[in-house]
Design a protein around this ligand. Structure first.
Ligand SMILES: *Cc1c(COP(=O)(O)O)cnc(C)c1O
Length: 468
């Protein structure tokens, strides 16, 4: 467990590292698990010197530690093997970070992938993820997306009546039914940011539980729908075990109902949502504890109901990849507002990490080329975008810095690249995968040409554009 740093002694990046790595579960660590102090007082991740990576690949730079990601995948799988007697499958919620390399890594660890759009599906298929391990979510799937899912032979998680009606239409008299799961709102609340709660009744996701009978009745009469399972997802960045302690019993009651309609449900998907440690104030349970809670409760509920164990699925996103990545920025301009605060500015911000401005998320940072220097000032780390709210970290404790220093923000693997934008026409950063001292580019830095790739200048405007 990571302890809270003592406040009386100024902390250096180096003393922070001593306390930041949790030996057990990656989601409880503040930094990638291969992080250490390297040569020249520099931060090292995956055997690579971070300032050197920035020199080579530029900044901002997403640095993804393969070992941390693979360790989290294995911990999920090992925990299911240990605590559950039935079959299980862990899916990566790819909305957390959808790109070819990430999909390929999780698939090579035996995970499936869940996707929420045609674009994420296209990415996963191109990464070589097997269709039988792909699940399509979404509260407003287009006809085209559902068609793509049917053609790829993946499982569709129906969210609403529209999904079911479109599927029946699209299936027509195709010989093989589509593999289907049904998502219901479990009516379980959790304590997290309201934008990322999904399990409460007033949610845009999933069928209302009051419609259970009607939906099962409908599905039972459609030969083109092979309904194999039920799904629920409570929310994201959850630190309590209670909601997932309560969920299996609710889902087993649905499962019994499905059987009464002769819908042969053999899979339950309990969703994702386990939180990670972004700062010392966060205290999520371990992957092992989360999986154990679900397995124990589901096994117990099945025993009581005298049911065979269903195939058990879950679909974490953040807790698989969140801690595995850091973002390296170059420090630029500084502004002192006398008696108020000091701003230091980095060369990215809300375009590469929209979480602070969207959810008021907090992060931890170190100066990667001054790891032994004690924190001597409180500064607000601002992004370079035209929004006053574009703050990466308010009131960060940092050593004295200069323009050109490398600032590294921890815990940026989930919902950073995937929510990134070109706001202010900033090209999206590159991403490198680091492992055992090797660094491989997995996302190229966007160029100015990339920014103009989709632009069209109508002919009649060309003449009016003054030439420089
Ligand atoms: C977002 C989401 C997940 C993953 O949530 P995390 O908090 O990243 O684990 C899983 N399932 C569904 C349906 C989701 O919407």
């Amino acid at each position: 467990m990571v302890s809270t740093p003592s406040l009386d002694k100024p902390q250096s990046g180096r003393s922070f590292l001593d306390q930041a790595i949790a030996s057990s579960s990656p989601n409880q660590s503040l930094v990638p698990i291969t992080t250490r102090l390297g040569d020249n007082d520099a931060l090292e991740i995956g055997g690579c010197d971070v300032p050197t990576l920035v020199h080579r690949f530029g900044s901002p730079l997403y640095i993804l530690d393969e070992t941390t990601l693979r360790t989290a995948c294995r911990q999920y799988r090992d925990a299911f093997a240990q605590y559950y007697d039935g079959e299980s499958l862990v899916l990566f919620a790819s909305k957390a970070w959808s790109c070819l390399a990430v999909c390929a890594i999780v698939a090579s660890e035996g995970l499936g992938v869940d996707v929420v759009s045609g674009g994420e599906l296209y990415t996963a298929l191109n990464a070589g993820v097997a269709p039988e391990r792909l699940y399509l979510h979404g509260n407003n799937k287009s006809v085209q997306e559902l068609k793509e899912a049917i053609e790829a032979g993946i499982t569709v998680v129906a969210d609403n009546w529209q999904d079911l009606h479109i599927l029946v239409d699209l299936m027509g008299d195709r010989p093989n039914p589509v593999r289907l799961m049904l998502r219901f709102t479990p009516g379980i609340e959790c304590h997290t940011h309201e934008y990322i709660q999904t399990g409460h009744i007033d949610s845009k996701f999933g069928f209302d539980p009051d419609s259970l009978d009607a939906v099962l009745q409908f599905v039972s009469q459609q030969p083109s729908l092979n309904c194999v399972g039920l799904h629920a997802h409570i929310g994201s960045q959850i630190f309590e075990l209670q909601p997932h302690h309560d969920l299996p019993e609710v889902m087993v009651s649905w499962l019994q109902r499905a059987q009464s309609y002769n819908v042969p449900v053999t899979e339950l998907n309990v969703g994702g949502g386990l939180g990670i440690r972004y700062t010392e104030d966060d205290d999520p349970p371990s992957i092992d504890a989360w999986v154990k809670t679900i397995c124990d409760r589901l096994s117990g509920a099945c025993r009581e109901a005298n049911l065979p164990l269903p195939r058990l699925l879950c679909e974490p996103g953040r807790s698989l990849i969140g801690t595995a990545c850091v973002t390296a920025y170059s420090i630029g301009a500084r502004k002192t507002v006398p008696g108020v605060r000091d701003y230091i500015t980095v060369d990215g911000g809300m375009s590469d990490n929209p979480r602070p401005i969207t959810y008021q998320s907090r992060y931890r940072a170190v100066v990667a080329n001054r790891m032994s220097a004690p924190a001597s000032e409180t500064v607000t780390i601002a992004g370079k975008h035209c929004e006053s709210g574009d703050v990466v970290i308010a009131d960060a404790q940092l050593p004295a810095t200069e323009a050109g220093d490398t600032l590294v923000v921890m815990g940026t693997g989930a919902y950073n690249y995937s929510m990134s934008s070109n706001y202010n026409r900033l090209p999206r950063p590159a991403a490198v995968l680091v492992c055992d001292g090797e660094a491989n580019l997995i996302l190229q830095r966007e160029t100015y040409e990339d920014l103009l790739r989709q632009d069209c200048l109508p002919e009649r405007l060309v003449a009016k554009t003054p030439r420089p």
